[in-house]
Design a protein around this ligand. Structure first.
Ligand code: IPD
Length: 270
């Protein structure tokens, strides 16, 4: 594909990602039943799915299938389509389902597109903040249309770090131990409850860094690209890209010390 054609394709994918995330966000914000309950559980009894996760994924995958029927799709709630176009969509209809269930505001819709295995578009919609973050590979990151950048890096002792805890109790016991050692070494720790929002918060300077073990591709695909395009660094264990074992994102001066400390603490395993 020529560069010009690739750039046009990225424009098309971005427009579709923005449309799908906005429509799903609207459905979720305006259509949340007052008596919303748990429809199913996944990795443990506290890893929940609501009817609205399912409805939002259906809406997003329907829009994608209609506009681009040859694309692949991977969705948190089971969407799995092997495409033939070289494009694959990675979708989290509600990132922060527990917050959504409890009526807390920190939840998002995350839609990313990969081209030949490389992330090229990411959109994170946060309806309760009326915020849309997006990035296109090589074109920077934006919040409601304004270019964003990470915060200037403070020393580790003054860094505000986000994290999250897994739904599996043995994993979160190990995560609590990592947080116990990290907490006295930084300004403070935040646990918002949506990995996609955490990554966008690093991107726009609301956090100095973020780490978590146990993220799935749909939790991190869009937010990782947005953080990188905002100039933040992302990774896992030293030299590795973000993964289920460990995801680290931070402004450049915080990333190295944070990653080294997490590695010393064995933050990627029990
Ligand atoms: C969860 C959120 C949460 C993180 C969990 C994720 P979900 O995603 O991102 O912040 O701590 O690891 O699974 O289940 O609400 O889509």
């Amino acid at each position: 594909m020529t560069d010009r054609t690739t750039e046009q394709l990225k424009d098309e994918l971005l427009a579709l990602a923005l449309e799908a995330a906005a429509k799903a966000g609207e459905l979720l914000r305006d259509g949340r039943p007052a008596d919303l309950g748990v429809a199913a559980t996944k990795s443990s009894s506290i890893d929940v799915v609501t009817e609205m996760d399912l409805a939002a994924e259906k809406l997003i995958t329907g829009l994608i299938a209609q506009a681009r029927p040859r694309d692949g799709i991977l969705g948190e709630e089971g969407a799995s389509v092997t495409g033939t176009s070289g494009v694959r969509w990675v979708v989290d209809p509600i990132d922060g389902t527990v917050n959504y269930l409890y009526g807390r505001p920190e939840w998002s819709v995350s839609v990313a597109a990969e081209l030949d295995g490389e992330r090229v578009v990411g959109v994170v919609e946060v309806p309760t903040r009326r915020e849309t973050s997006h990035a296109v590979l090589g074109r920077g990151a934006y919040l409601n249309g304004e270019r964003i950048a990470h915060r200037p890096s403070p020393p580790m002792a003054e860094a505000l770090i986000g994290t999250g805890f897994n739904y599996v109790r043995t994993v979160r016991t190990a995560q609590a131990e990592v947080a116990r050692v990290l907490l006295p070494q930084v300004r403070d720790i935040r646990r918002a409850g949506s990995a996609a929002i955490d990554l966008c918060d690093v991107a726009c300077g609301r956090l100095d860094g973020y780490y978590e073990r146990g993220l799935h591709p749909w939790d991190l695909a869009a937010g990782d690209l947005i953080a990188r395009e905002a100039g933040a660094l992302t990774g896992s264990r030293p030299g590795e890209p973000p993964s289920y074992d460990l995801t680290v994102a931070a402004s450049p001066g915080v990333f190295g010390p944070l990653q080294r400390l997490l590695d010393e603490l064995g933050a990627w395993h029990d």
